[in-house]
Ligand binder design. Structure first.
Ligand SMILES: Nc1ncnc2c1ncn2[C@@H]1O[C@H](COP(=O)(O)OP(=O)(O)OP(=O)(O)O)[C@@H](O)[C@H]1O
Length: 270
């Protein structure tokens, strides 16, 4: 067993990023996150390609969620985020950004399914109505479309007025995905979206993600190595608050450049 502190971070990090092949949906430059005096994330320079899935992997406490949550300002009021987060030529970490509007573009799906205690339909229409959409036909259209994209429509189409809380955990998580995509985000952040799900529900959510990447850019935190290798195009390996290696998923899992990545993906430390 190899222990985390065995790696000399100064020698290993940070590998040059691969050249992005396509358009960049989101980029972080010199991102740092502090909780009080403690620095939890260091020098994050990553570029996320549009219509691709990027997995963030690494041992518990290495800063994956801290980094992910910064991308739609979920760390506001919790930690201090320094550096730039560039989205459509805007630094969304800037003081003049309307965070509520931002989250319509960069949505989040959490670890535990968290549907509202409302009907399946209302879970999807609630935020849209709050945003002023009143047209019933348009709302019904969005409900159907979002549930179809989240691969839940066939299972719930006859029960749209039933409580979302009566759904299984896996169905609830797909409903939360439907709720997020009903707002037509550009980018979906997913923080261990399958950790509370059984293997069959996990596979369904993974299939949903593969379908969703036709229209969305997805960044997912996962502890599940098989999941990262099954769904993602790129993988970033986090270690003690640093991104040590970021590359195509196939390279990370079959021929990583640094020892620490190799040890992690082959299960030799944890
Ligand atoms: N709200 C907070 N206040 C203070 N410290 C925090 C807070 N959230 C996270 N941390 C600390 O920041 C570091 C990174 O935590 P983070 O949750 O980002 O790691 P992670 O890689 O996502 O872990 P896990 O895989 O267990 O979810 C840890 O040392 C953690 O204790």
């Amino acid at each position: 067993m190899i222990f985390l502190n065995q790696y000399d971070l100064k020698q290993n990090y940070i590998l040059p990023l691969p050249e992005p092949e396509h358009e960049i949906a989101l980029e972080t430059k010199n991102l740092e996150v502090f909780y009080g005096a403690k620095q939890a994330f260091f020098e994050g320079n990553l570029k996320f390609e549009r219509y691709k899935i990027t997995s963030l992997i690494g041992a518990s406490g290495c800063g994956k969620s801290t980094y992910l949550r910064s991308l739609n300002r979920m760390n506001d009021g919790i930690g201090t985020v320094k550096g730039q987060i560039l989205y459509r030529d805007l630094d969304i970490n800037g003081p003049d950004i309307n965070v509520y509007e931002l989250r319509k573009h960069i949505g989040m799906v959490f670890q535990r399914p968290n549907p509202f205690s409302k009907s399946i339909k209302e879970n999807i229409t609630f935020a849209l109505k709050e945003n002023g959409l009143k047209d019933k036909e348009k709302l019904a259209e969005i409900v159907e479309e979002s549930l179809k994209k989240a691969a839940l429509w066939d299972e719930v189409k006859d029960d749209l007025n039933k409580s979302a809380l009566a759904l299984s955990g896996g169905q609830q998580q797909r409903l939360c995905i439907a709720r997020a995509i009903a707002m037509s985000p550009d980018i979906l952040l997913m923080d261990e979206p399958c950790s509370a799900l059984d293997p069959i529900s996990t596979l369904k959510v993974e299939e949903t993600m593969l379908e969703l990447k036709k229209n969305y850019t997805i960044i997912i935190v996962t502890h599940n190595m098989q999941q990262a290798s099954r769904v993602s195009d790129y993988t970033a390996f986090f270690h003690m608050g640093h991104v040590l290696e970021f590359d195509k998923t196939k390279k990370i899992f079959t021929n990583p450049t640094i020892q620490a990545t190799n040890d992690y993906v082959s299960g030799n430390f944890g």
